[in-house]
Design a protein around this ligand. Structure first.
Ligand code: SRM
Ligand code: SF4
Length: 570
């Protein structure tokens, strides 16, 4: 296939929407001005994703509005990119203000180190995005068929290697950001330039951009906090004699699948090779270009990089990457991961300042009854001049805190009912749920609103078994798209229908193995009845240091998934 391919009859509808959009302009501005509806046109709903915006409706009141013959309660979700998750206290205050002024009063910290605002009405979209940009944040490429937010461990002060890796992640992010002027024209200037003046081209993407979304993560062993193998492209930091010498490059990870369609499956990335620090940006561009030219453009369910790698084979894929480089990748170097997830509590950075990793249940920042998380964080942001960093697990790190300020932060949190993370069970601290209902249009079941209660119930079993402190990774999504990376969890739930979940077991604690379907269509009571004896068995029969995900495989509850294409559904 030639590069920068022109759409053919065979291509999916999204391909012509992209080609005809004048580099993502479409008719978005006209749609925003149309006051007869709270929605925008179907084609523009695809294009606004590239600008970081999703049209949604409140599904809690969908049926009621249908009965009353009213238009759906349309609003928009805005995703704010934060490469490597590092934002400032001032930016936090701005996001907090905008959540109250334009959105539903909550902030959502995502599984990919971004902020989300939910419930923004069409009439407020331009103003909100302009103000986000004034806060030196942006939303372009937070969604859409382009490279998204580049993930990296959010604590650059953990070591010099962390600081260097974050810089590389941010350089990759800058390099792969779309160049179109459409974003500035629509959201900042409120006026498009004349069609004849549109000269810009997308040197990396071309006018059809990528076949599908593209995701990059950078991991610094022994922490696999970013779930590097779940990403299209991954960089694993290789440290020799205390210095960052380069990265192992991984390709072909991804989570999304469709119930009942075994041609779709989650897949772990393969190790492609090794590159030096200076080569990383070029490698990222080369991999993106291979996907641009060889990724599937007819069937969007087969269009992610994981299928390109699977279909071409790793060796052929590597050859194609080399065609875009003036060097070859080296052989992957040894590394070892020890865990997914975040390490909670206070830690001292190499700059002598302190960092506090807080547990934010499912990434939702809100005030509810005596639990006033949103107010507490606002108060801290007003007094604290350091960073507010977003983790890859929907959590928050207060970074660069003076030693003298630690007690004050603890006091503000306590006064607002926000507990020290160490008071939570190991299961809860390793839990993640995607948004799902009421905003996600693709949800088949609850997730964010359901998992906390389920965990409380399971904690009863864990207490009896003496496992309260044990770290077990548990994740839930309201559909098989995999937004909370449930197929990497030791215990994974995937929504099948209202109140029913598929239960997956056997992921690895360090994120190096997919889990496998154990039981289908389970209600809450059935889930509890299934897991209770397994927890007891684990407590009694586990070998020294044996993780829950390894135990369920050893005792034969599920088979290990070695080759995703054949084993995951097999
Ligand atoms: Fe996701 C679509 C939320 C991380 C795989 N995801 C969606 C949409 C936008 C629904 C839609 O298309 O209408 C959800 C919006 C819900 C809402 O109301 O906010 C949504 N995804 C999320 C977030 C907010 C979940 C969360 O609770 O944190 C995460 C935002 C990340 C970010 O900041 O960019 C989020 N989504 C992920 C991840 C995890 C990751 O990337 O590490 C995955 C699995 C990894 C992957 O991409 O393979 C993921 N989201 C999907 C998919 C399935 C893609 C596929 O290959 O099949 C969809 C649906 C689609 O693209 O067609 C999707
Ligand atoms: Fe929505 Fe499904 Fe993603 Fe959950 S996993 S946010 S239900 S698309």
């Amino acid at each position: 296939m030639s590069s920068l391919a022109e759409p053919t009859d065979n291509f999916s509808k999204n391909e012509s929407i992209k080609t005809d959009s004048h580099f993502l302009r479409g008719t978005i501005l006209e749609g925003l001005a149309d006051q007869t509806t709270g929605a925008i046109s179907e084609a523009d709903t695809q294009l606004t994703k590239f600008h970081g915006i999703y049209q949604q409706d409140d599904r809690d009141i969908r049926a009621e509005r249908r009965k009353k013959k009213l238009e759906k309660a349309y609003s928009f979700m805005i995703r704010v990119r934060v490469p490597g998750g590092v934002s400032t206290a001032q930016q936090w205050l701005e996001m907090d203000r905008m959540a109250d002024m334009f959105a539903n009063g909550t902030l959502k910290l995502t599984t990919r180190q971004a902020y989300q605002l939910h419930g923004v009405l069409k009439g407020n979209l331009q103003r909100t995005i302009k103000e986000i940009n004034e806060a030196l944040l942006d939303t372009i490429a937070a969604c859409g068929d382009v490279n998204r937010n580049v993930m990296c461990n959010p604590n650059p002060y953990q070591s010099a290697v962390h600081a260097e890796a974050l810089k590389v992640a941010q350089a990759i992010s800058d390099h792969l950001t779309p160049r179109t002027g459409a974003y500035k024209e629509i959201w900042i200037d409120g006026k498009l330039i004349d069609e004849g003046q549109i000269e810009e081209e997308e040197p990396i993407y071309g006018k059809t951009y990528l076949p599908r979304k593209f995701k990059i993560a950078m991991a610094i062993p022994p922490s696999n906090d970013v779930d590097v193998f779940a990403h299209c492209l991954g960089f694993i930091a290789i440290v020799e004699a205390g210095k960052l010498v380069g990265f192992n490059v991984t390709v072909g990870g991804g989570m999304g699948m469709t119930h009942g369609n075994i041609k779709t499956y989650p897949r772990l990335a393969d190790l492609l090779g090794f590159c030096t620090v200076d080569q990383a940006v070029s490698v990222a561009e080369a991999v993106v270009k291979v996907q641009r030219d060889h990724g599937e453009r007819a069937d969007r369910k087969h269009a992610r990089l994981k299928y390109t790698v699977e279909d071409l084979g790793l060796d052929k894929f590597r050859d194609l990457v080399h065609e875009h480089l003036d060097f070859n990748l080296g052989a992957p170097r040894p590394f070892e991961f020890q865990h997914l997830g975040d390490r909670y509590g206070w830690s001292e950075g190499i700059n002598g300042k302190w960092n506090l990793n807080l547990f934010i249940q499912n990434g939702r920042v809100l005030d509810s009854g005596d639990f006033k998380l949103k107010t507490a964080l606002r108060e801290i942001a007003k007094e604290h001049s350091g960073d507010f960093r977003l983790s890859a697990n929907q959590n928050l790190l207060l970074g660069n805190v003076e030693e003298s300020h630690k007690a004050r932060i603890d006091e503000v949190l306590r006064a607002h009912g926000v507990f020290d993370p160490h008071t939570f069970s190991g299961l809860r601290l390793n839990s993640m749920a995607c948004v799902a209902l009421p905003t996600c249009g693709l949800a088949l079941s609850e997730s964010e609103r359901f998992l906390p209660g389920l965990v409380t119930r399971l904690e009863g079993s864990l207490d009896v078994a003496g496992l309260r402190e044990d770290e077990i990774v548990i994740r839930m999504t309201g559909c098989p798209n995999g937004c909370a990376r449930p197929y990497m969890a030791e215990i994974g739930f995937v929504g099948k229908a209202p109140g029913k979940y598929n239960l997956y077991l056997g992921g690895a604690f360090d994120g190096t193995r997919l889990n496998k379907l154990y039981l289908e269509n389970q209600t809450e009571d059935e889930i509890f009845a299934a897991l209770d004896p397994i927890f007891r068995g684990y407590a009694q029969e586990r070998e020294t240091g044996e993780r829950f995900g390894d135990y369920v495989i050893r005792v034969g509850l599920v088979k290990p998934v070695k080759v995703a294409k054949t084993d995951f559904h097999g």
